[in-house]
Design a protein around this ligand. Structure first.
Ligand code: PMP
Length: 442
């Protein structure tokens, strides 16, 4: 019967998944706790949808690497054409590479017009730090607690999030000086008191300068991504950037996660704070999953870096990556991605806020555009994080066909970051499934 066939299929798919997990654990070094024990084996995708070998369709709600979603025909065709025409030769890569660098510089604010191309977000933030160290001739960097900036040496050093890496603080080198995470929802200063974060960070910078260790840079996300998408307190960046510049250092914006259109325009985080950083790191969305990242800075800073530092990447900004980057930029221009981020994001946030009225476990709905965070708490007064509940909700959502991931230092926030092409119906489906899980229990 049909039912028997279904059961047989499911058993095959389950065996297949178990086999995959065993092989993964044996050979794949990057096994982390948040990897699923029995992952659906995804074999293809279309826009925000994924299809497993079990025949099920999943909604990909946590993928900020693919603004165009999966299976974008233009991207596949453009990269294939480039690979058929010219692969890479690290000496004569001009056409698409120069064009991508120019168009990326065109997206960045003035006076940032000089671009270094790399393969990933970690390389971008690492290079941004190296640019600042070499351009200033200094060795100290101020970063924000609970941040994640990457896995390479310098980007890992300034990553203080213990949720991502339990050893983050213990292994921090002495040139990294953390200041409080400017989190107005959960943190030392809440609500109106959040205005105190900026003067405290500025004071720390002045102290370092006075003690003979003036920082080369202050690095932070301009929209507090790791906590689930929380805008910084008003004027935070203006005050901290002014302090670091007064001390002769540079302001680095890590736009790897929240920048590049996800918040409804290219760089909402620093634009709405009314500042322009000295160095910007981008990646993730830039290549829609094809390895591509960049550091964007001024001609003058790039020139100072070149006299002291060195940069050459064999594969960073290859012709194929650059073509991927150009196709993504074309899609942003032609396919209304930022408008969809703003509109579907606002719709989704409104629906999640309505859910919060019925489900006290939702302590807050953070975020903007298609970078939202649903924070679960056991008690809205004490904000006790509902960590285990969040994990269970994620597991149950997966059973219902929605792929999500917890975030934040307490792992009690659902990151909502679908591809920017996400349809309103898909957003509504996610809300309906979350409503169901919260109503039924988990
Ligand atoms: N910076 C931020 C803010 C990120 O979220 C990430 C990735 N999670 C990185 C840097 C590192 O990017 P990648 O994984 O591409 O190296």
């Amino acid at each position: 019967t049909g039912d028997d066939a279904d059961t047989a299929d499911r058993t095959t798919a389950e065996r297949d998944a178990a086999d995959l997990v065993a092989r993964r654990d044996r050979t794949y070094a990057e096994v982390q706790e948040h990897y699923y024990e029995a992952p659906p084996r995804i074999e293809r995708g279309w826009r925000e949808h994924l299809v497993g070998t079990d025949g099920r369709v999943y909604l990909d709600m946590v993928n900020n690497v693919t603004p165009l979603g999966h299976g974008h025909p233009g991207l596949a065709a453009a990269v294939a054409q480039q690979l058929r025409t010219l692969n890479t030769n690290s000496r004569f890569n001009y056409g698409a590479v120069v064009e991508f660098a120019e168009r990326l510089a065109g997206v960045a604010p003035d006076p940032l017009d000089t671009v270094f191309l790399v393969n990933s977000g970690s390389e971008a933030t690492d290079l941004a730090i190296r640019v600042a160290l070499a351009a200033t001739g200094r060795r100290d960097v101020v970063s924000v607690l609970e941040a994640y900036h990457g896995w390479t040496y310098a980007s890992d050093a300034v990553s203080t999030s213990t949720a991502d890496n339990p050893n983050a603080l213990a292994s921090r080198p002495d040139w990294v000086h953390p200041v409080d995470a400017p989190n107005p929802f959960r943190g030392r200063h809440r609500g109106a008191d959040a205005a105190r974060y900026a003067p405290e960070a500025a004071e720390r910078i002045r102290e370092l300068a006075a003690s003979g260790r003036p920082p080369a840079a202050f690095i932070a996300e301009t929209f507090y991504g790791n906590a689930g998408g929380i805008p910084l307190p008003d004027d935070y960046l203006a005050e901290v950037y002014a302090a670091v510049r007064e001390a002769g250092g540079l302001a680095i914006a890590d736009e790897v996660q929240a920048g590049y259109g996800r918040l409804g325009n290219w760089f909402w985080g620093f634009e709405q704070q009314g500042v322009v950083p000295d160095v910007i790191a981008v990646a993730k969305a830039a290549g829609n999953g094809y390895p591509l990242g960049a550091v964007i800075t001024t001609r003058e800073i790039a020139a100072r870096f070149r006299t002291q530092g060195y940069f050459f990447s064999s594969t960073g900004g290859s012709p194929a990556s650059s073509v991927a980057g150009l196709t993504v930029l074309d899609a942003f221009r032609d396919e209304g991605l930022q408008r969809n981020a703003a509109e579907t994001g606002a719709h989704l946030k409104g629906r999640l806020e309505a859910l919060a009225e019925r489900h006290p476990l939702i302590g807050a709905v953070h975020g903007l555009g298609l970078y939202l965070g649903v924070e679960f708490v056991r008690d809205r007064a004490t904000l006790e994080p509902a960590t285990e509940e969040t994990a269970a909700i994620c597991d149950r959502l997966l059973e219902l066909g929605v792929i999500m991931q917890p975030t934040g230092d307490h792992q009690n926030v659902l990151k909502v970051k679908p591809p920017l092409v996400v349809a309103r119906e898909s957003a509504d489906f996610f809300v309906a499934m979350l409503d169901r899980v919260l109503s039924e229990g988990w």
